[in-house]
Design a protein around this ligand. Structure first.
Ligand SMILES: [Fe+2]
Length: 131
């Protein structure tokens, strides 16, 4: 059983965005698989760097998608994306400093991703009268 699972209930109705969400879950699962391994911290840091980098690419694509729809919630949504980037940075630093555990990093990522896709991202879908 994967740590976090993307399924059709998380589809926001755009193939590109859904594919990117699936990839974020994939990176998260790879991160979760390294929990409890002797090289856990290094592996989690590597995954966090991947996650950070890919999330930025994804957020740019999602924001462009919202722009193309003239989506009213774009500015607010952009702030959520910026908040995530900041949080990931904080968790990475906390992990290196020994203030947070790899497990806490994984839990934060899963909670944020699920809540964000089910909430703010699904709102885009709902705004089209589809969700
Ligand atoms: Fe989003």
């Amino acid at each position: 059983m994967p740590f976090a699972q993307w399924d059709e209930s998380l589809s926001i109705g755009d193939e590109q965005i859904d594919g990117q969400h699936r990839w974020l879950f994939f990176i998260l699962n790879r991160l979760a698989e390294s929990l409890g391994h002797p090289d856990e911290e290094q592996a989690v840091i590597r995954c966090l760097v991947d996650m950070e980098r890919y999330a930025l690419t994804h957020f740019a694509a999602e924001e462009a998608y919202m722009e193309s729809l003239d989506y009213a919630g774009l500015a607010e949504h952009r702030i959520l994306h910026q908040g995530f980037a900041r949080k990931v940075e904080e968790y990475r630093e906390g992990l290196i400093a020994g203030e947070v555990s790899a497990r806490q990093v994984a839990d934060f990522l899963r909670d944020w991703l699920l809540r964000h896709v089910q909430g703010a991202d699904m709102d885009i879908h709902r705004s089209l009268g589809l969700g």
